[in-house]
Design a protein around this ligand. Structure first.
Ligand SMILES: [Mg+2]
Length: 334
């Protein structure tokens, strides 16, 4: 059932994308590489060929949206402001018109960003339903403190085991810290996980803390409102249960539908989503499950029946695959 890219991305299909759809990109390891054992920092806009092709895609008339698991402050610095600057440089006359086609959601969809009078800011009405209640925040923080102490104690007890089994983990970043982002995410990082060791070699310390976290949230009577998740390679995150890329995607589609006077279904079937984590538990999984009309493209393996792997088309993966896709669309549409 392998449709080829020429059919999936035929000129008619791309024209439909431009007219009625939106091209959505995951950020980490789709547009920008995440920090690893050997690269200390997350990649920034100018370092990624996929990221620098976004201004050209926008200029070709395609709506582009990024939905990231990261916080807004980080995304703004790493991606959005440099992109804005690049558009001003390349297309000074059309800057505002081009940027009206650009959409941003951060914190796995809990934060919507809008551009007003040339400045980016959080859209407060959208975000309010995902914010922590103040009193809950204190108790959730205590739960993360407890997870942190549990980890530190265990690490001190068997440091050798950690160093031997998780060679990809940078223990110089320890002790883990509790982070709070834009009133919608509480996190703890870094904690070693299965990403830092050979596949299934040993039990993941992060998974153990995750299970303990689930139990503590339940015991506190907060499990109907909040959930803990394993995010990225080394983070644990607590958010409102409703937070997922699904909420952002739905909001995006309905906004475009309203503006264009078409149905949300038309927008959905005209759109393309590009990500790297479509397997269960990955943050792109929910898109392929909840929006079956949307064309889902993976820069890694396909993993789900309705997801197509760009590896099969371009023999490239990761950021170069996203870049090749963008180049192809730009070529067709300009
Ligand atoms: Mg990703």
């Amino acid at each position: 059932m392998r449709d080829n890219l020429n059919t999936l991305l035929s000129p008619e299909r791309l024209e439909k994308l431009r007219q009625n759809g939106v091209m959505i990109f995951d950020v980490d390891d789709t547009l920008l590489a995440r920090r690893g054992r050997f690269s200390k920092n997350d990649q920034i806009f100018s370092e990624s060929p996929a990221a620098v092709s976004i201004p050209l895609l926008l200029n070709a008339g395609v709506r582009v949206c990024v939905i990231t698991g990261h916080g807004w402050a980080q995304l703004e610095k790493r991606f959005v402001l440099p992109l804005d600057k690049e558009i001003s440089k390349l297309f000074p006359e059309n800057r505002d018109e081009i940027l009206r086609r650009f959409f941003v959601y951060a914190n796995r969809g809990a934060t919507k960003i809008i551009r007003e009078n040339g400045y980016y800011k959080e859209e407060t009405v959208y975000g309010s339903e995902f914010s922590f209640d103040e009193t809950d925040l204190i108790r959730l923080r205590e739960i993360l403190e407890r997870l942190k102490d549990t980890f530190i104690e265990d690490f001190a007890k068997r440091k050798g085991w950690y160093l031997e089994n998780f060679p990809e983990f940078n223990s110089e970043e320890l002790p883990p810290e509790i982070l709070e982002r834009e009133k919608v995410v509480l996190g703890l990082r870094p904690i070693p996980s299965e990403s830092h060791c050979e596949k299934n070699a040993v039990e993941s310390p992060r998974r153990r803390l995750f299970l303990l976290g689930c139990e503590l949230i339940k015991n506190a009577g907060l499990d109907e409102k909040y959930e803990i998740a394993q995010s990225g390679k080394s983070t644990l995150e607590i958010t409102r249960r409703e937070v997922s890329k699904k909420a952002a995607f739905r909001d995006l589609i309905s906004g475009i539908a309203k503006e264009e006077g078409i149905s949300p279904e038309t927008v959905e079937e005209s759109s393309v989503y590009v990500g790297d984590e479509f397997s269960p538990g990955g943050n792109d999984y929910v898109i392929s499950q909840s929006f079956p009309r949307c064309l889902c493209l993976s820069v890694t393996s396909a993993e789900q029946e309705n997801v197509f792997s760009l590896r099969d088309f371009f023999e490239l993966e990761g950021i170069p695959a996203a870049s090749a896709l963008a180049a192809r669309i730009i070529k067709f549409l300009t």
